[in-house]
Every structure is written in C-alpha cells, then in structure tokens.
Ligand binder design. Structure first.
Ligand code: IVH
Length: 678
C-alpha cells in the first residue's frame, strides 16, 4: 500500500476502533464481534509497524485492554481481574448504596462502612509473590488472561522484589501502575525531539512503556504504582479492606496516602466532592474515586457479576470543558442513509486524552449551536465518554469563519439527498449508495444481529468493491475460493468466515428482522414483531393498522416497515432468504426441542467465563427450564462462578446441587444430544 493510502486507512481504522472501544467499554453495547474488532486492530498494528510515523496519538494500539500480543507469554488470572460499575453523580452513588443494602436485605437506615480511594488513571497489574518473593507480574488483559511483563515490572522501583514483615506462602498484589504527569510530559518532549509520535495520555504512555520488549526502555521511564487489593492469597485472611491495605503497606507495597475509611455513603460522597475540587493538585491523573464496602463478609455476601463486584463502584468525576477550533465539518453516511455532520477539531488534551472529532448529529443542531468552520468552540468530555461540542464562541470570530451547509448531494454517491418534513435528519435515498451498503452489511454481521465473526470493515468493503456481494443475502452464496481471493485473507480465515456465515443462518426471526436494518426497527421493535407475527412473511403482509396494533410499534415504525416491503426488490425477500437456508420463522420447536430442563430451576451466581448471564439463562429457557434470581428450596441447581457469595452459601445451606460452569455446559450439551432437534 502507498503511503497516502496507508495514512487514510490508519485514520479510518483509528477512528473506528476508538468508536467500537467506546461502544464496548463505555456503553457496554458493542456493534461488532470481538473477532471483527481484533481483525481491524491487527490490520492497524501492521500498518503502524510499516509506517511508524503515521501512528496517531490516539491510536487504539496504544490502549490498555488491548488483547495480549503474542510477544509476551499469557498469564491466566486464577482470580479474575474484574472491572467496576460506574456512578456518574452523587445520586447514582447513593443509589449504589441503596441497591447494595437491598441485595443484602439490610435496613435502608443502617449505614455501610466504605473505603474511598482515588481512581488513579493507569493500568491494572497483578504481582505474584511466592513466599514473599516477586515471581511474576502480569497485565490485566481481558480480565482472565493477561500478559507476563515480569522483567518490565521489576524495573519499577516502588514494586518490592521481596515482601517485608512475614509474608504468606502466596499473595497476588493488585494495583494501578501509572506515570506521573511530569514524567509523561518529559517523555513526550523527548519523543517530539526524536520525531516520534506522542502519547495521547499518561495511561497510554504507561501501557506503552510496559509493553516494551526491552526492559531498559521501561526502566528509563519513572513508572510508579499504587496497590489497592489482592487476588489469590493463601495463608492469610482479612476482615476488612482497611486491614488488607494496612497489611499491604506493612509488606512494603505502596498504597495511596489519600485512602480514607468512612462510616456511610454520605461521607463517601463528601470525599468524592472534595476530590472533584482537589484532583488537579495531584502529580498523577485521577479520573474518579473508587468506593468499596469495607467489610469482607459483606463483600462476600454481595458477590460479583461477570463485570465487577457488587460491593464497589467507580464514582466518575464530572465532565471537563476545554476550548479548541473547528477546522472542518465532515459529513458521514450511515446505514439508514442518514447524513451526520462531524466536527474535525484542532486536537486538544482534555480530561485524560486528546480529542479531535465530535459528532454534531444533524443540521439543526449545527444551526442551533451556531457552529461555523473556523469557530472557537467549547467542548465537553467526561472520562472515556464521546466528546461533545457545547457551544461556539462568537466573540472570537475573525470574519473568516464559514457557515456549514448540509450538502445537497450525498458525499459518497452524489445522489440528491432528502430531508423529510418535520424530521431533523437528512438522508441519502439511494439504496445502492456504497456507504449505505457497507454500513448495512456491517450492521447485518453485527453481534446483536446475525453475529458473523470475521466480517469486519476491511473484508466487507472488499466484498462490495469486487461485486461479490451487493446485499447481505449475497453472503450466503459466497464460496471459500471467492473469499480466499481477498487481500490479507488466508485459507483458514476464509474457511472460518464461510463457517461463520453458515452459522448465522439460524439466529432466529427477531435478530433477522433487526439485521435487515429497516429504518426505526431496533431490537425492541424486532422482538415485539417476531413474537406477534411468528414469520417474516406475516410481517411483510401486515398492514399499517395491523402493525400499529402491536405493543411498542408506533406509526413511524409501522410506516417504515410497510414502505420497506413495498419496494419491488423486497417483495419476495422472505422467500429468497428462506431459500438460502436462513430461518425466517420463529422456532416452533420450543416444545419439541427444549424439554430436557422442563420443571428445573437454575440460579446463576458469580462470574461466568464462556458466556454472559443472559446467554446462560437463554440456554436454560431454550431447554424448557427456568432461571431465577434467588436460591430457595425449590431451586434445582446453582451454577456458581468466581466471586460467588451469599447465593452459593444459601445453596449449600439448603443442600441445593452446585455446578461449575463447565458442568453446566456439559449438562446443556447432553440435553441437546438427547433432544429430537439436537
Ligand atoms: S479496585 C474488583 N481500586 O479501575 C476491584 N481499581 O474499573 C476492581 N483502578 O481495572 C479494582 N484505582 O485498573 C480498584 N483504588 C482502586 C483503583 C482501581 C484504579 C482501576 C483498575 C481497574 C479499574 C476498574
């Protein structure tokens, strides 16, 4: 690839990966599969390797949480390194406390004692000590599996290589590795002088320093650590988190001096408010406060979800504003044809990272905020949340600013755009617009739709460009040979892609309907329609009035569905899809296929590894069983994972059979084999 082509592709990949990271980590609502994400990341890493100076400061390859590269040996975390739920306001913090009390059956007025800690913005690491000797250090990775970075961690002077004061036979110390702000700035000055790309924020710089294959480079950067907890421990028990931290201090580990034990959530809130003001006085970046229930017994009773413990929350500091200049307003085209203006700004460092783009949603919003090209604007950002342009600063205008005008023609295909009366959105009406085709194909393959692993943007674009696919249904006639012909597509990946397409045929009516990408038809509408009509044909035949009679279906959705099936190319779509082997009806097999678990009640508790909680519950329901939230004498099985607490105890008290995740999956497999559909 030419340099200019590479530059453009690096830009695209960086933007997209950052967007999908945001969907995944912040919204918890990914649009693409992990494999699609990884494929894009690998492509970006490869381009950055070939053109190191084109790597953008906000490149996701620099981000913590990236999948472990094979440069470092993998380390399994026996006690997973979980994440934390977030609270974005005082009210949410108080609600967290209420929820916890409800879960524990406590009186609302009975205060819980908490420990408040600054949430230092770095990267989580786990340090393993065998009889007090530091033997292994690992990154968090995806929480279950990290990377072995022992030699690099040894260079961090505040990490004790040997613990003091009678250490236990085994202890994993967990903490946040970070780069002081002054050191971050020093490194960037050095990099600028050397013509190297700058780090976007201290966290990326810390992660980048740790991922050095040469520990000498790591050593030259003054990384530091604050320890905040433990993983696996043998031969030592704590009654409170305060005690745990004291013990860590005694072992010689560095614990943040601003940790405070408080008696109630009100006092925790006061701590959060105090640090919202004081956070900029620190010599390291903090993005919030971690509030943890102090009592270990209480922690165990509350347990954890697969995401994080129920007894702790991360209070996020409120948004910060910054000023920058709008260099351009670009227009992108979505799957529905909607044209979205995006402000391209002078990069500005705000609240922990560099911001250069912000979505302006539609023409009216640009007009309402009076944002012109060349304007000084105020942008707002909170942690990892997508930045927003708050307002323009007309007082700073020079007269050279340009008013934004929505293009009359689609910027991708040139078709004249339309703006429906009363609607804010402008759309490209051309169903064959390459931008629409591409985003429809990606939507179809998305995790919430047909969930086709390996069909990322790079592959989808090539399939369209080469005319191998025009509409999503064309995927189902692709051959391995055709796919092998694509750039960067090995035989094995091609076969995997074909298999993934094949596997997507029976995702069910609800997901198929969502995958079609009919304007206004989201997950909820698709679910209601699938449930009500039972087949795609019945939905296609329904009239506007009939559709409106379905719960949650309003006139706009109904109209959009009628319009969709009225288009000549969609008239026989249900039959064409069915002929390709795609399931277009709601499975009637519920009784025939799923009776193996009939009458059985399951409770899931603690973390799950191979599936999410809803997936597990769906499996149970699919086999005719029931999944409930609380353990009683009527419960047949409790499936317990890491972090399981009170429910597991209750199961043991009641003599309810307890299964591990693998045992549960084995049961499901056996049930599947025995059923007529299986
Ligand atoms: S406790 C299960 N304490 O925040 C407990 N985390 O969103 C989870 N972090 O991955 C961690 N300072 O990297 C904890 N005092 C602190 C922390 C802290 C920073 C980070 C850590 C973790 C993330 C969780």
């Amino acid at each position: 690839m030419e340099r200019s082509g590479a530059e453009q592709r690096i830009d695209e990949l960086t933007e997209q990966l950052n967007y999908h990271n945001y969907r995944y980590y912040v919204l918890d609502d990914p649009e693409i599969s992990d494999e699609q994400f990884d494929a894009m990341l690998v492509e970006l890493q490869e381009l950055e390797r070939r053109f190191p100076d084109l790597r953008r400061p906000d490149s996701p390859t620099q981000r913590v949480g990236a999948p472990p590269s094979d440069q470092f040996a993998p380390v399994e975390h026996t006690v997973p390194m979980l994440s934390l739920d977030k609270s974005f306001s005082g009210d949410e913090l108080v609600e967290f406390d209420r929820r916890l009390k409800r879960q524990l059956g406590m009186d609302e007025c009975e205060p819980i004692a908490y420990v408040c800690e600054l949430k230092v913005d770095g990267l989580a690491v786990s340090l393993r000590y065998d009889h007090g000797v530091f033997v292994q250090g690992a990154t968090r990775g995806d929480g279950r599996r990290g990377e072995d970075i022992t030699p690099n961690l040894r260079t961090v002077r505040t990490i004790p290589l040997r613990l003091l004061d009678d250490p236990p036979p085994l202890i994993e110390v967990r903490g946040e590795l970070y780069l002081p702000i002054a050191e971050f700035e020093r490194i960037n000055v050095e990099r600028a002088e050397a013509g190297e790309p700058l780090f976007a924020n201290p966290r990326n710089a810390a992660a980048g320093s740790m991922r050095q294959l040469d520990p000498a480079i790591t050593a030259s950067r003054r990384l530091d650590i604050f320890c905040y907890g433990t993983g696996a421990v043998e031969g030592l028990q704590f009654e409170t988190h305060t005690q745990e931290l004291e013990r860590l201090r005694a072992f010689g580990c560095r614990v943040n001096p601003h940790v405070e034990s408080v008696a109630s959530i009100e006092q925790a809130l006061a701590y959060c408010e105090q640090w919202t003001e004081r956070r900029h006085d620190l010599e390291y970046g903090v993005d919030g406060v971690v509030v943890k229930a102090d009592s270990v017994a209480l922690q165990q009773a509350a347990g954890a979800t697969s995401h994080g413990p129920r007894w702790a929350t991360a209070y996020k500091f409120p948004a910060v504003e910054a000023e920058t200049v709008v260099r351009d307003i670009e227009v992108t085209v979505a799957r529905t044809g909607q044209l979205t203006p995006v402000a391209v700004m002078e990069p500005v460092f705000v609240d922990g990272s560099t911001v250069s783009r912000a979505v302006l949603h539609n023409e009216d919003e640009v007009a309402r905020k009076d944002i012109r090209i060349g304007d000084h604007v105020v942008i707002r950002k909170a942690g990892d949340v997508i930045p927003e342009v708050v307002r323009s600063l007309p007082g700073k205008r020079t007269g050279d600013e340009e008013q934004f005008e929505m293009p009359r023609q689609c910027p991708v295909c040139g078709t004249e755009v339309v703006r429906e009366e009363g609607a804010a959105a402008t759309r490209c009406p051309n169903l064959n617009c390459p931008a629409r085709r591409l985003s429809l194909l990606l939507h179809w393959a998305g995790r919430q739709a047909m969930d086709i692993d390996g069909l990322g943007e790079a592959v989808a674009a090539q399939l369209l460009d080469r005319g191998l696919v025009e509409r999503p249904e064309d995927l189902y006639t692709l051959t391995t040979e055709e796919v092998v012909g694509l750039e960067r597509m090995a035989e094995k990946s091609a076969r995997n892609l074909i298999a993934a397409i094949e596997a997507s045929k029976d995702r069910g009516l609800e997901r198929l309907l969502f995958a079609l990408g009919i304007l206004h038809v989201g997950r909820t509408a698709a679910a209601r329609l699938a449930e009500h009509y039972g087949s795609l044909r019945a939905i296609a035949d329904a009239s506007q009035e009939e559709l409106e009679a379905v719960p949650d279906i309003g006139p706009k959705i109904a109209q959009s569905i009628v319009d969709y099936f009225a288009r000549p190319e969609n008239a026989d779509l249900p039959e064409r899809l069915a002929a390709l082997g795609i399931v277009t009806t709601r499975p009637q097999q519920a009784e025939a296929e799923g009776t193996a678990f009939a009458g059985l009640t399951f409770v899931f508790t603690g973390g799950l590894e191979a599936m999410t909680r809803p997936e597990a519950e769906e499996m149970v329901a699919g086999l005719g069983g029931r999944a409930t939230g609380s353990v009683s004498a009527n419960t047949d099985y409790v499936v317990a994972g890491p972090g399981a607490g009170s429910k597991l105890e209750r199961a043991r008290e009641l003599g309810v059979q307890v299964l591990g995740e693998e045992e549960f999956l084995q049961m499901v497999r056996e049930a599947g084999e025995g059923s007529p559909g299986g």
